[in-house]
Every structure is written in structure tokens, then in C-alpha cells.
Design a protein around this ligand. Structure first.
Ligand code: GAR
Length: 220
């Protein structure tokens, strides 16, 4: 068990990404285990998911702290006590301070429901629809001091379809989130992530035929 990568998973809400990580771990396909789940929201359904899976949880309600620094100090303590090697933000809706980034330098990742660098921030499925893009998707990236600006590890692309609402687009994207986040964690567990400035290379990936995507599809 000791050679497994130890994850500290941070959540704020439903925790469907947490669930997909739990499911992949239970299938034995990740080379990782979750040391602790931390939520800033005492009502987060993700806490119930973690408890059902027998994973230790902590609630740090940000409203009970004097400010971001105090919140992050306690967050660092809890995650270090749990021995977390990799910090996995899974729908965690808080901005982290420089002190937190330093404490887990190059070991914090996030998933975002858009094709970064397009549409950082919040309500991004609606923003993608309003802009009229034909593709959106999701991105796993390193966390740096900006908002959703860190180096990109893996992305998935989904089409925007006629009649889409923010909800239908979000659920199409979420299905892909549930695939790429476990994949990204496996890359870390297998030591395959090589970061060169902004460019992240993954060693030993399958070759791809480089085919383009079109939406709407080209006429035959
Ligand atoms: C996911 O779509 C995730 O990408 C997004 O919140 C949702 C959480 O769902 N995260 C962000 O927008 C972070 N800026 P979940 O709680 O069911 O995993």
C-alpha cells in the first residue's frame, strides 16, 4: 500500500469527480489511494460519497476562518498530517493562497469544465454557449497563482450541439471529466508527467492519428 500515490482531494459540492476517482481506485487501476477528502462546505454531498467509501474526511468551513491565509494554514496542516503527495481539486470552489501553492509546489492539480485557456472562472458552460463555440470540453491542469491558468496536462473535447443548454452541455462535459481526471492521476502515479515550463509531456503515450474534428460535420 505504501508505494501508492497518496491523494488529498478537495471538494465543495456534489463530488462526482471524487466518485469517479474512488471507482477507478476500487477497480485497482490507478496506483493511488485517497488519504483524505477535505470540503470547505459542510453540506457537500461529496462528503457522503467519501464516508460510504470509508475515506477519512475533514470539513474546514471557510466562513469560520478569519481570512484566506488562516483557512489555507489549516488546510495545509490537515493535508500534511494525512501525508498527501498530490492535491486534487475536484470541484473545489476556493482560490488558494501563495502559501498553499508553495507548501505543495508542482503537486496541485485542478479540473475545469472548459477548454482552457478559453473560459476560465465560473459559469463557463453558459459562457461557452453564449460565445457560440462549436466545441468545448474539460481540462486538467497544474494550479498556479492565476485563475485556471496553470500548465495543461490533458484535455477532452466535446461538441456543442443544437438546442444545448448549460445543463446539457455541462453533463456532456462531466462525462469526459470522469475519464480524464483518473487518467491524469494515473500519469502522476506512474511518474509519467514531465513539465517543461508551460509544456507538459506525458511519457509513453499511445500514438494518435492526429485526425481533425469538425462540428458541424463536413458534408460528404
Ligand atoms: C465540475 O464540472 C468541475 O469541473 C467544476 O465543478 C464541477 C464539480 O462537479 N470545477 C470548477 O468549475 C472549478 N473552477 P463535481 O463536484 O460533481 O465533481
Amino acid at each position: 500500500m505504501s508505494d501508492l500515490l497518496k491523494l488529498g482531494v478537495l471538494i465543495s459540492g456534489s463530488g462526482s469527480n471524487l466518485q469517479s476517482i474512488i471507482d477507478h481506485i476500487e477497480k485497482g487501476s490507478l496506483g493511488a489511494r485517497i488519504s483524505i477528502v477535505v470540503s470547505n462546505n459542510p453540506e457537500a454531498y461529496g462528503l457522503t460519497r467519501a464516508e460510504k467509501a470509508g475515506i477519512p474526511c475533514a470539513v474546514l468551513d471557510h466562513r469560520t476562518f478569519a481570512g484566506r491565509e488562516a483557512f489555507d494554514r489549516e488546510l495545509i496542516r490537515v493535508l500534511k498530517d494525512a501525508g498527501a503527495d498530490l492535491i486534487v481539486l475536484a470541484g473545489f470552489m476556493r482560490i488558494l493562497t501563495g502559501a498553499f501553492l508553495q507548501a505543495f509546489d508542482q503537486r496541485i492539480i485542478n479540473i475545469h469544465p472548459a477548454l482552457l485557456p478559453a473560459f476560465p472562472g465560473t459559469h463557463v458552460q453558459q459562457k461557452a454557449l453564449d460565445y457560440g463555440v462549436k466545441f468545448s470540453g474539460c481540462t486538467v491542469h497544474f494550479v498556479d497563482e492565476g485563475v485556471d491558468t496553470g500548465p495543461i496536462i490533458i484535455q477532452a473535447v466535446v461538441p456543442v450541439l443544437p438546442g444545448d443548454t448549460a445543463d446539457t452541455l455541462a453533463s456532456r462535459i462531466l462525462k469526459e471529466e470522469h475519464k480524464i481526471y483518473p487518467q491524469a492521476i494515473r500519469y502522476f502515479a506512474e511518474g509519467r508527467v514531465v513539465k517543461n515550463g508551460r509544456r507538459v509531456e506525458i511519457s509513453s503515450v499511445r500514438s494518435d492519428d492526429g485526425a481533425a474534428l469538425h462540428n458541424p460535420p463536413l458534408d460528404r
